[in-house]
Design a protein around this ligand. Sequence first.
Ligand SMILES: [Zn+2]
Length: 158
Amino acid sequence: MKIRVGFGYDVHQLAEGEEFWLGGIQLDHQKGSVGHSDGDVLIHAICDALLGAANMRDIGYHFPDTSVELKGIDSKILLKKTVEIIAKKGFTIGNIDSTIALQKPKINPHIDKMQKILAEVMGIDIEDIAIKATTTEKLGFIGQEDGISAYATVLIQK
Ligand SMILES: [Zn+2]
């Protein structure tokens, strides 16, 4: 069996009047994520980690932010497609670990739901996707609530 590791990182600006999509669900907050797609920073970090593990470039390569069809797209569709892309090289997901860095709102009450939805989209067990959340203690652009970032590590196998 061949086992490979991958890492992904993404940042989005937060702005008032935007929808806030994170981990495949919509959160109720006065600010939302700015992006060409729905701006789901966690999904984008996971996609990049999966592509990196398979050495198949990055999310911007496969889903360019200049593409008209991708404008406002549900990132769950991008995630599903990413799983299909790495499957072309014969890879399946072993497990995913991730961290969201965000000052507000509190993410912990939503993690169960995010795990369930993302596991379903990727066709993996809930046990194989971990989602953690942290603030940056009010420091930097995240602490000032100007942005959100996410990190993901994945293991894939064939
Ligand atoms: Zn992104």
